[in-house]
Design a protein around this ligand. Sequence first.
Ligand SMILES: O=C(O)CCC(=O)C(=O)O
Length: 292
Amino acid sequence: MGDLAASFARDGFVVLEGAIAPESLAPVRAAAARLVNEFDLDANRTVFRTDDRDSGRDEAFLQSATGVHCFLEQDALNEAGKLVVEKRRAINKIGHAMHDLVPEFTSFCRLPLFEETLHSIGMSEALLWQTMYIFKQPKIGGEVRWHQDASYLITRPATVIGFWIAMEDSTLENGCLWMQPGAHRSPLREIYEVDWSSRTGTLRTLDETPWPDFESARPLEVSAGSVVLFNDHMPHYSSHNSSPISREALTIHVAERSSEWCPGNWLQRGERAPFTMASGAQGRHESQPDLG
Ligand SMILES: O=C(O)CCC(=O)C(=O)O
């Protein structure tokens, strides 16, 4: 087993410091800024928060599985629902199908690094299910509570792998990721499943094992272009950003083609063809993203 595969198996995550050159980050950052600029905030006011056991997930959230939607930061709005920061500083994240719909994201996701890394940890054929562009805005960027991605992206067997790519330097001050080496071997604590007859999702507790504490967990302070590869059972967390500096990141979630994508998953591809990671694969460059 190579070094990367051995570290990944032991710790449940691997940091590839500075793995992506600034020239490859720039088009994705520019595309994210463009998507925010074009987004109609008056017509779409979905806030993304992680402190309400996910009860706030709405129809826009479900539809973003196959679209491109900007979700607001909770503290970007006052009690009257008015923006208290400029629009470009109000967005928590963009999700969840930019890989299908936005050419700059499609090309980025097919950088050979991703497929090669997956092969080196033993994944035979990866399908890409979800992209998220997370802003962690200056001063108002919200905390992301401890969670495991296998609660939200459910496959049988569990084969989901996340890539977290720092688009900017990520520090303790601006809300870097935290993970606990080896904690991917802990049980899945929660599961979020959708009842499609009512189109409502519920987060259920499966196991009361405590989340990691800040003594045993590690802050992953990394420079722009670094990649964190992590297992779907790895608990991870990021704090509120109280600093004046943003901490933009892109996440890419993939699963083994041969595993079953569960029907209760909030994210379904519908009729869309699978998105393969192969660098030579054809992208689905649709000219008009669904910004609804
Ligand atoms: O970027 C963050 O702060 C959190 C990202 C995350 O939780 C995820 O990708 O699952």
